[in-house]
Each structure stands twice: as structure tokens, then as C-alpha cells.
Design a protein around this ligand. Structure first.
Ligand SMILES: *[C@@H]1O[C@H](CO)[C@@H](O)[C@H](O)[C@H]1NC(C)=O
Ligand SMILES: *[C@@H]1O[C@H](CO)[C@@H](O)[C@H](O)[C@H]1NC(C)=O
Ligand SMILES: *[C@@H]1O[C@H](CO)[C@@H](O)[C@H](O)[C@H]1NC(C)=O
Ligand SMILES: *[C@@H]1O[C@H](CO)[C@@H](O)[C@H](O)[C@H]1NC(C)=O
Ligand SMILES: *[C@@H]1O[C@H](CO)[C@@H](O)[C@H](O)[C@H]1NC(C)=O
Length: 405
């Protein structure tokens, strides 16, 4: 008798708990997190023998180009369209439900501003015939030396150690590439005068590739030694860089543990109703995007192009979806299927898989130190690291507005 009553009570409690945990609209979008690479930029540095070094001095190294601003603005407009019907994002930026974080470089800070100008049309005045003037949006960042969250070249001794070991493997991919591309190294050394103190031919070729591809983006003349075969060789080596640097679990765990823990932890808080954050934007680099894709085992083998964008979506049911938009010219978007959490992938499973794989804050902290980045609002506790970047006016030239449509 007593047992039956207890059982009945337990059942009722269970039913109530289930009813409380099943949201009314399971398909309602609760949060989106955007990780984006900056747009087209100038070269990182001049080569010792460089036909375009004067121009680079004028533009400045590693600067976002005008077409780069356009790419990010277009991406923002696309994001607005994609999510406009979801009533998740108001047309103006709301500081209590949104957060933008960028690495501390001009190109990523500016890219974030351009993206937000497209995403929040209510921020901007203009009727489409005059230049829009946008009310500024706060963008937070940390100096590179302490930015373990987004800057893949921030100091991490354990990562550097593993990466050196990877390069040193006698018959490993790195040494094989040194042999395979010796012809290119010899040619490039002779024609560019080999920049930098470090004599690793592959690293030098990555630098040469950076200059050559920036000349192409800027529509500049190529020196005669840069023919199709040379360009292909340089691009292939650059492609492999993003495979090598983050493919192995130890390598991507060190670099991605914090960001993954922050992303999934923030989503958990959102599901539990403990935060109102609807949007998070991270403005970063090809290496950040590549490492992130490796951490979810969805890397496609290609270097993330300019303005490449990953969107993580959280639904009220707890479902987690990843979308990759890797072109601002093509309308295509790619739904990514996470091998260890195939669709429908729910947050608790994803989180326990990531912890099990060591792609979590503890691993990253053990390898790299740092970790002040875990809490959602951590930057507010660290006034030294927080930089409010006010760009008062984003001037988007009218001439390319038609390109958006
Ligand atoms: C909103 O747009 C998305 C993406 O285009 C679409 O899948 C979804 O069905 C739309 N929702 C509504 C309520 O119109
Ligand atoms: C910003 O979002 C908060 C929380 O949803 C809301 O209370 C507030 O009214 C919003 N502010 C504006 C200006 O829309
Ligand atoms: C490149 O090779 C040519 C011919 O061997 C030589 O004259 C020239 O000095 C070399 N240039 C550099 C920068 O090594
Ligand atoms: C490009 O230049 C390299 C080295 O000078 C040469 O081996 C190759 O055949 C050239 N390729 C083409 C397509 O001209
Ligand atoms: C974008 O990603 C898709 C899917 O991985 C791939 O097929 C395509 O080649 C990529 N495009 C670029 C420009 O990277």
C-alpha cells in the first residue's frame, strides 16, 4: 500500500520534472555564437626583395583592406537576414544580451565593427544613398600576450614543444614537405632574399606565400618568377599548415580548450535561464577558425578563407548546431555534422564528449596557463585587459552597396 503511494508520488514528481524541462517551443533559437576570420588584408611584412614594399609602407602591414571591410559588412547583412525572423536579435545592439570579443589586432577589431554594422542596421543612420554612420558598438579585447582564448600565437610552452616535436619527426609530414618543396625553397630564397632570422624553409615559404597572395588580393603585378606552379606550391604548403598545426588532439586541445569550455558553458547557462546572452561574436584569425574546426573534428582540409565564419546555434530543446559559411560571394552555407555528436546533437552529450577528449579548460590551462577567460563576463573583472574600441564612424562607401544584393 505505502509502496504504491510512494511509487505514484515518484511518478508524479518525475512527470512534473519532465514537463518543466521540456520547453514550450523546442525549435526556438536561444543563442548564436559567431567566430569569424577578418577580411582581406595587406601582407604581414615586406620581403627583403619586394617589388611592392613601398605600397605596403603606405597601407601598413596586416591592415584590413577596403574589400575586407566590405566582406565583413556583407556577412553581417547575411546574418541579419538569416536570423531576422527568429526575434532573437533586435535591430540595435543590446549590451546586456550581447558581447563582442576580438583579438587585439587592427584587422580583427575593424572586421568586428564592419560585421556589426551589417548585423545591426538600427545602429546606423542612412537611407542607402548616403554613407551610413553607425553608432559605435563596444568590442573587447586582450593583449596578444595574454589572449589564450582567441590568439593561437599567444604564449604556450607546451604547445610549442609539441609543435617542435611534430616538425622534427624524421619521416613526418613536415620533413617530407621540406624535401618535396626544396625546389621552391631554393627559387624563393634566391628571388626574395629569404626574410627573417629563422632558416626553416617551410616557415619562410609560408611568409613568401603571405606576400604573394596579398599582391594578388590587391591586384598588383606579380614578379616573373611567380608562375602558376609556384603559386600552387605556395598555396599547398599553406593549406597543410592548418592541417599540421591543430590536427593532433594535444595540439588543438591546448589551443581550443578555453574557447570550447566558454562556448558550451555559456550555452548551458543560457538553457538554465542563468544568462540572457543571445549573441556572442568572436573576431579572430584563420588559425582560430581552423583550430576550432579541428576541435569538433569537422575541418575540411582547407585554409579558412577571408571572412570565414562559423556559427554555433543553440535551440531551446538543447540542440546544438554548427554552420560554416566560408564564402561571402557564394550563398552556400554548410551544416557541419560532428562525428562524435551526430545530429541531433544535444548540449550535455557534446559537453561530456569534449571533456572526455580533453578539449576543455583544464587541459588548456594545464598546457598553457591563463584561464581568466572562462567566465562569460570575465573581461569586466579585468579592467587592464579590457579595451573599449570606439570607432566613431564606419564609413561604408556607397559605390559597393549594390554588391550586397
Ligand atoms: C526563419 O529562417 C530560417 C532560415 O532561413 C528558416 O529555416 C526558418 O524556417 C524561418 N522561420 C520562420 C518562423 O519563418
Ligand atoms: C536589452 O535587453 C534587456 C534584456 O532582455 C532588456 O531588458 C532591455 O530592455 C533591452 N534594452 C534595449 C535598449 O532594447
Ligand atoms: C640568385 O641567383 C643568381 C644566379 O645564380 C645570382 O646572381 C643572384 O645573386 C642570386 N640572388 C640572391 C638574392 O641570392
Ligand atoms: C614555373 O617556374 C618553375 C621554376 O622556375 C618551373 O620549374 C615551372 O616549370 C614553371 N611552370 C610553368 C607553368 O611555367
Ligand atoms: C567551403 O567548405 C566546403 C565544405 O567543406 C568546401 O566544399 C568548399 O570547398 C569550401 N570553400 C572554400 C572557399 O573554402
Amino acid at each position: 500500500m505505502g509502496v504504491a503511494v510512494l511509487l505514484l508520488r515518484a511518478l508524479l514528481l518525475l512527470a512534473a520534472a519532465v514537463a518543466a524541462s521540456v520547453p514550450a517551443e523546442p525549435n526556438r533559437l536561444m543563442q548564436i555564437v559567431v567566430l569569424v576570420r577578418h577580411g582581406d588584408r595587406s601582407a604581414m611584412r615586406s620581403l627583403p626583395i619586394d617589388p611592392h614594399s613601398e605600397l605596403l609602407d603606405q597601407v601598413g602591414p596586416a591592415q584590413l583592406l577596403e574589400q575586407g571591410v566590405r566582406q565583413l559588412f556583407r556577412l553581417g547583412v547575411w546574418l541579419r537576414r538569416r536570423y531576422d525572423n527568429q526575434s532573437l536579435l533586435p535591430r540595435r545592439f543590446n549590451t546586456s544580451t550581447m558581447e563582442v570579443r576580438s583579438t587585439d589586432t587592427d584587422r580583427t577589431l575593424m572586421s568586428a565593427q564592419a560585421l556589426l554594422a551589417g548585423l545591426f542596421p538600427g545602429q546606423c543612420a542612412g537611407d542607402g544613398t548616403s554613407m551610413p554612420v553607425c553608432y559605435p558598438v563596444p568590442v573587447h579585447s586582450k593583449p596578444t600576450q595574454t589572449d589564450q582564448l582567441l590568439k593561437m600565437s599567444s604564449p604556450c610552452a607546451a604547445y610549442q614543444h609539441r609543435w617542435r616535436q611534430f616538425r622534427a619527426r624524421p619521416n613526418g609530414p613536415f620533413k617530407s614537405a621540406v624535401r618535396e618543396f626544396r625546389w621552391l625553397a631554393e627559387l624563393a630564397r634566391n628571388r626574395t632574399g629569404w626574410p627573417g632570422p629563422d632558416d626553416c624553409p617551410i616557415k619562410q615559404l609560408w611568409r613568401v606565400e603571405d606576400s604573394v597572395s596579398s599582391w594578388q588580393r590587391m591586384g598588383l603585378a606579380m614578379p616573373s618568377w611567380v608562375n602558376g606552379t609556384v603559386r600552387e606550391g605556395l598555396a599547398e604548403l599553406k593549406r597543410r599548415k592548418f592541417l599540421w598545426k591543430y590536427e593532433e588532439p594535444q595540439l588543438h586541445s591546448a589551443r581550443m580548450g578555453l574557447l570550447v569550455a566558454r562556448l558550451l558553458g555559456g550555452m548551458r547557462l543560457r538553457l538554465e535561464g542563468k544568462t540572457a546572452k543571445a549573441l556572442q561574436v568572436y573576431s579572430a584569425h584563420d588559425s582560430t577558425v581552423a583550430a576550432f574546426l579541428h576541435a569538433f573534428q569537422v575541418f575540411n582540409g582547407l585554409r579558412p578563407p577571408m571572412a570565414a565564419c562559423i556559427i554555433a546555434e543553440l535551440y531551446a530543446s538543447g540542440e546544438f548546431r554548427l554552420v560554416y559559411k566560408n564564402s561571402t560571394e557564394q550563398p552556400a552555407v554548410h551544416q557541419l555534422s560532428i562525428p562524435f555528436c551526430p545530429p541531433p546533437c544535444f548540449l550535455p552529450q557534446l559537453e561530456s564528449e569534449m571533456r572526455r577528449r580533453g578539449v576543455w579548460a583544464e587541459t588548456a590551462q594545464a598546457m598553457c596557463g591563463g584561464g581568466g577567460d572562462l567566465a562569460e563576463d570575465s573581461q569586466q573583472d579585468e579592467p587592464l585587459g579590457a579595451v573599449y574600441n570606439f570607432i566613431l564612424v564606419i564609413v561604408l562607401s556607397v559605390s559597393w552597396l549594390p554588391l550586397l544584393y
